[in-house]
Write a protein that binds this ligand. Structure first.
Ligand code: GRF
Length: 220
């Protein structure tokens, strides 16, 4: 009997370039799993088209008709629970999730954030890294916990920040790294190499003291 398929749900709000990288990696087999649903809170998200073109089910649960964040998250949670996903991947899903939803999927939900966490949680990370005169910047994949961008980090990718960088150049270079890092982390989880135990990330049977880093040598 073959092993059951590792079921991945991807939540998006926009372009879906990270979704694309993950779709590509499932197609090539780099990720041993299947994207069972792409879900957007915005009807116009370009990532929905990417999914449909690849033959992946894509749905919208528009947040606008919902009166409260709690009501929206309840609807979202019900849809996700019905899917029985092994992993929920937030890929540019631009909503803050409520505690009950996050707790329901504790250890099963990951996010990518454009900074070297714990530095620069929240928005405008590239602008803030430049303004602070950082020499390094990057992105992090972390488990989602109720506190925003504060969950245990699984892995990071770092790039040097040069004096010529603008928020736009930096965003492009960080995103190129995101497209390497995110599929890699999803593949580790699908392979059973990464898990969350008592708020601690474990990789290959060891508690992680420092999240592994992809560095700029592989930047392209
Ligand atoms: C990414 O840059 C990610 O860091 C942030 O949202 C962006 C999503 O981009 N969380 P895309 O929709 O994957 O192109």
């Amino acid at each position: 009997m073959s092993a059951p398929t590792f079921r991945i749900a991807v939540l998006i709000s926009g372009s879906g370039s990270n979704l694309q990288a993950i779709m590509d990696a499932t197609r090539t087999g780099e990720i041993a799993g299947e994207i069972v649903l792409v879900l957007s809170n915005r009807p116009g998200a370009a990532g929905l088209t990417r999914a449909r073109q690849a033959g992946i089910p894509a749905e919208v649960i528009d947040h606008q008709p919902f009166d409260t964040r709690a009501a929206y998250d309840q609807a979202l949670g019900q849809r996700l629970a019905a899917l029985e996903p092994d992993l929920i991947v937030l890929a540019g899903f631009m909503r803050i999730l409520t505690d009950p939803l996050v707790r329901t999927f504790s250890g099963q939900m990951i996010n990518i954030h454009p900074s070297l966490l714990p530095a620069y949680r929240g928005l405008h990370t590239h602008e803030r890294a430049i303004a602070a005169g950082e020499t390094q910047h990057g992105c992090s994949v972390h488990y989602v916990i109720p506190e925003l961008d504060a969950g245990p980090v699984i892995a990071q990718a770092a790039i040097p920040l040069t004096p010529n960088d603008t928020p736009a150049t930096l965003q492009a270079r960080v995103q190129a790294m995101e497209h390497q890092l995110y599929p890699q982390v999803v593949s580790w989880i699908a392979d059973g190499r990464v898990a969350l135990h008592n708020d601690q990330v474990w990789l290959d049977g060891q508690p992680l003291t420092h999240p592994p880093r992809i560095t700029a040598e592989t930047e392209h």
